[in-house]
Design a protein around this ligand. Structure first.
Ligand SMILES: [Zn+2]
Length: 312
């Protein structure tokens, strides 16, 4: 039960969610008679003295605050594991549409420190810039950022790295993970995609697993899950421009727009909308419950895509 959510809903909803013995109380009565007395009785059973009303009220408020904290922590987590900072872009729209539903985490494999040439790699300036840029982007997305601290171009899915990634995943217990599609001309992308699968195996986790596409670098990528991001496409482009050191002539934004339009066509957004496309590790089966995509706001009547995640 998400108490924080129910508290927000107000009096009318209480009867639907409170324990049956409290169901006849209004919200106020529940506060002052039902829940407070229950806490008071629990306290008394454990040998505590009878508390005066104000103390009971404070105890209740503390319990409510604790419930609200539990409610906040109860959001399902989604983890993205990019090899380099800007590899997060394929998830921007999906994250923007769902950062109030899910708790997003980004585990960056490397700092992308070879992305500005040999001099900036050697003097550490590229690493500094890219870490700052990724910090700003994740803040704007409402995502929490973690670093595996591997080196761009020198990262390997060795035992120690996979075990560190597994430990982090075990701690986060994600409902869904986005990983690189391993058939990719960039060795770091291929390695990171496989390392995620090994880490999940080591952690004993089987979340929903989806692969992300790095436009021209990923090969034979065929998305089967689509998210209509038309409404947040402008915002996605703004975030892409925050990768200033990679923006150069704007090619990165143009390529991402082309992919979004292509995914829009694949998912049959007939009015020329934009979409993000993902490939499922295992195709979701009907009757197995909702996928993360099916919990996103539905597309707004743009034809074809009737609900997120589906291809008609
Ligand atoms: Zn990359």
């Amino acid at each position: 039960m998400d108490w924080a959510y129910m508290l927000k809903l107000g009096t009318n909803m209480w009867c639907d969610v409170v324990p049956p013995k409290w169901a006849h109380y209004t919200a106020d009565e529940l506060h002052y008679k039902g829940a407070a007395d229950h806490l008071h009785r629990s306290y008394a059973r454990r040998g505590g003295a009878v508390r005066p009303p104000m103390v009971r009220h404070k105890m209740l408020m503390a319990a409510v605050a604790a419930c609200m904290m539990v409610g906040a922590a109860a959001k399902d987590r989604i983890v993205v594991v990019p090899a380099h900072p800007d590899d997060l872009i394929p998830c921007f729209g999906t994250c923007l549409l769902s950062n109030d539903i899910f708790e997003w985490h980004v585990i960056e494999f490397t700092h992308g420190e070879r992305g500005m040439g040999a001099v900036a790699f050697k003097d550490g300036s590229c690493k500094k810039i890219r870490m700052e840029e990724e910090g700003s982007v994740c803040k704007a997305l409402g995502a929490q950022l973690h670093w595996l601290d591997e080196v761009d171009g020198e990262a390997y899915a060795c035992r120690e790295t996979c075990e560190r990634l597994a430990a982090l995943l075990k701690e986060l217990k994600p409902r869904a993970v986005f990983a690189h599609w391993p058939v990719d001309i960039h060795g770091d992308h291929a390695m990171a995609g496989v390392a995620v699968q090994k880490a999940l195996f080591l952690a004993g986790l089987s979340p929903e697993l989806y692969f992300i596409e790095q436009e021209y670098q990923a090969k034979r990528f065929v998305p089967d899950q689509f998210v209509d991001i038309t409404d947040v496409m402008d915002r996605k482009c703004e975030l892409i421009r925050m990768y200033k050191c990679q923006y150069r002539d704007g090619g990165i934004e143009r390529r991402k727009c082309v992919i979004a339009k292509a995914n829009g066509m694949h998912s049959m957004l007939l009015s020329g909308g934009s979409a993000e496309g993902f490939m499922s590790f295992v195709q979701p089966l009907q009757g197995q419950g909702k996928t993360i995509f099916q919990e996103l706001p539905p597309p707004k009547g743009r034809g074809g895509l009737r609900f997120q995640g589906a291809k008609p």
